[in-house]
Design a protein around this ligand. Structure first.
Ligand code: AMP
Ligand code: MG
Length: 422
């Protein structure tokens, strides 16, 4: 668990207006309070997928370990063709991947070679087979053979002793493969983050029970579970907590005692049944709770014992948008990810007209597509913060910065893509 940091409202009141904290400022502000979990575990390489490296990996070997061919063709001495490019060279053997030729190649000689095969001593170039003509054991080559061509040199990808991957790297399939290529079968990774989650709201019903009038199914626990699982967190779901201060207090105490991070949804507004902010102020520390964003305002951030606390708004889209924009990066930092991956902002032509008031950042749900070679984006239609379908239909956020007002159809807007390859 992290050491509690003192983050009283007073300590940061000078720097911002707590009633309309800009999104970027809120994000930077939260990041300032985070340090990675301390716990580290040794795991088998495959189990490292999705985890964060807790050590620098120094390459024990050169990659590649042997000088080898990038092509199927013939390995030769380029100087043999310098004087007479049309000269035939004598093929004296073969180098397969895994079965080297093993002898020195002399003047006027060449060796049949396949991709990954060791380039024999004496040779300095490989000519691909499409640019050569074999006549029995005499081979001629198209003009223009250069020293070094199609040859992969020892250590050209990675030198022995160099840092292959630094502490803080999130391990994707490429990193796992890279570690395998170095012969590394076990690694140190940060322990998973323990995130406790509960929903608040008297109207919420868990799946499996019929709905009475005015009740709705609790969907936030499912989206949050998905978001957290994708991030490799250990998720503890405490279910639905009624809008009852005593029950909320009990849940806060239980959650704060066992979690690195506590996330709640609902009850952060100023309605009569909104107890989350007051409870956080009483049992922990509140840093801020109103962000100049739509959807998403308000959001409570603070500390609860040793845990970081995020009180997300209850509206299903608001909960997701605040998670993506403010919580996700925080969880990555706590998991040890360093540096944080950049979330690219793409430019696209917006085909929908959007009404927007300046003074807050809006995240509209959009569909990004290619039209005649140009990126275009349209909104998913109705953008109400309770309409989860607008998230489900979307593959991106259209990000309209604080200063932006109404957007005309045809204007260029910023877009954040929701899904990548990985
Ligand atoms: P609140 O933030 O508690 O004022 O809730 C705002 C809106 O979101 C209300 O319409 C709630 O019914 C709805 N809501 C709150 N929590 C959830 C949840 N877990 N799942 C689905 N809808 C919710
Ligand atoms: Mg509520």
């Amino acid at each position: 668990m992290n050491t509690p940091v003192s983050i009283t409202e007073a300590s940061c009141a000078d720097d911002y207006d707590p009633d309309s904290m800009p999104v970027d400022k809120a994000r930077a502000f939260i990041l300032g309070f985070l340090s990675p979990v301390k716990g580290v575990a040794r795991v088998a390489l495959r189990s490292g997928l999705g985890r964060v490296l807790a050590e620098d990996i120094v390459s024990p070997v050169n990659v590649p370990a042997h000088i080898n061919s990038a092509m199927d063709g013939w390995a030769l001495r380029s100087q043999d063709l310098a004087a007479d490019p049309a000269a035939g060279l004598a093929e004296i053997g073969t180098s397969f991947a895994g079965t080297p030729f093993g002898k020195v190649v002399g003047k006027g000689e060449c060796v049949r070679i396949f991709t990954g095969g060791v380039v024999p001593e004496g040779c300095d170039a490989v000519v691909m087979q499409e640019k050569a003509q074999a006549n029995g054991k005499s081979v001629t080559f198209n003009a223009g053979v250069k020293a070094g061509q199609n040859v992969r040199h020892v250590g050209e990808d990675l030198k022995a002793g160099a840092v292959a991957l630094s502490r803080g790297r999130l391990l994707r399939p490429a990193e796992v493969g890279l570690l395998a290529s170095l012969g590394i079968g076990e690694i140190s990774v940060y322990r998973p983050l323990r995130v406790v989650f509960f929903s608040t709201g008297d109207e919420l019903v868990s799946i499996g029970k019929p709905l009475a009038e005015g009740q709705i199914y609790d969907s936030n626990r499912y989206t949050l579970h998905g978001l957290l699982t994708r991030l490799g967190c250990e998720v503890i779901d405490m279910g639905v907590i009624r809008d009852d201060p005593a029950l909320i207090e009990k849940a806060f105490n239980e959650a704060g005692a066992m979690a690195d991070v506590v996330i709640t949804s609902g009850g952060v507004s100023v309605g009569e049944a909104d107890f989350v902010k007051a409870m956080l102020a009483r049992l922990g520390e509140v840093v801020f709770w109103k962000i100049a964003m739509k959807p998403g305002r308000p959001l409570a951030y603070g500390k609860l014992g040793g845990a970081h606390f995020f009180g997300l708004p209850g509206n299903p889209v608001s909960a997701m948008v605040t998670f993506y924009q403010l919580v996700r990066d925080a969880l990555l930092v706590l998991q040890g990810v360093n540096p944080l991956p950049v979330q690219p902002l793409l430019k696209a032509i917006c085909t929908s007209a959007i009404r927007k008031a300046p003074g807050r950042t809006e995240f509209q749900r959009g569909v990004l597509y290619l039209d005649d070679g140009a990126f275009k984006v349209r909104t998913t239609g109705e953008q109400g913060s309770g309409i989860l379908k607008s998230m489900s239909d979307a593959n991106c956020f259209i990000v309209l910065a604080d200063h932006v007002g109404n957007v005309d159809a045809g204007a260029v807007v910023d877009v954040q893509v929701l899904e990548g390859f990985i």
